[in-house]
Design a protein around this ligand. Structure first.
Ligand code: SF4
Ligand code: SF4
Length: 189
């Protein structure tokens, strides 16, 4: 990811983007004063292209292209550590979530196959009420045209009983289906 040049920040500041992030996340991003707590609490910073506090700053500066094209928003595990530690009570994880949704809507998803992974994950949640890891890996690998990725790990993990061979359905599947339907009708509006 190419970092925005400091002298171009004013030129590339997208005010509408700032308003949209605040509206869609329900968070007042302008309250962030860059204490760095969120970045320090995040277990994934080592692999982010921008630590989460820098993502917040880039949003404040309206750097839409850089933010929506970053890999950080996709590597975020939604663990909420940032939200818990923010002294301004900003739900930082919700900001990251809003950015992912905007990135899909704008067609600028940075990492190849990431949407495929999300779609397969959600399809299994819809079908069984929870994720079925073995099925997820198999479906993802086949659709991503890399069927043998991590195949060497399969027997070890299965022998240790860490992965189930068959999916288990939860009881409240109807409620799960309702959530998906509600989301689909909301998206269609
Ligand atoms: S929710 Fe995302 S950004 Fe926040 S701490 Fe967890 S992984 Fe990091
Ligand atoms: S913890 Fe809150 S105030 Fe501190 S940098 Fe992160 S978002 Fe900003």
């Amino acid at each position: 990811m190419q970092r925005p040049h400091v002298l171009q920040i004013q030129k590339t500041c997208d005010q509408e983007f700032i308003k949209r992030v605040e509206r869609e996340s329900g968070q007042q991003v302008s309250k962030c004063y860059q204490c760095g707590n969120c970045g320090a609490s995040c277990g994934y910073t080592f692999d982010f292209d921008f630590p989460v506090n820098q993502i917040m700053r880039l949003v404040q500066l309206g750097q839409k292209e850089t933010v929506l094209g970053s890999r950080s928003i996709w590597l975020c595990a939604n663990c909420q550590a940032c939200t818990t530690r923010c002294p301004c009570n900003i739900e930082v994880a919700r900001v990251m979530e809003a950015l992912r949704i905007m990135s899909v809507a704008e067609g600028v998803v940075s990492k190849k196959n990431i949407l495929l992974f999300y779609d397969e994950f959600l399809e299994l949640v819809r079908r069984y009420g929870r994720v079925f890891e073995t099925g997820l890996v198999a479906r993802y690998n086949i659709k991503a045209l890399k069927p043998f990725t991590d195949a060497d790990l399969g027997p070890q993990v299965l022998m240790k009983g860490k992965l189930a061979l068959k999916p288990h359905k939860i009881k409240g599947l109807k409620a799960i289906e309702e959530i998906f339907k509600r989301f689909e009708s909301h998206r269609g509006k």
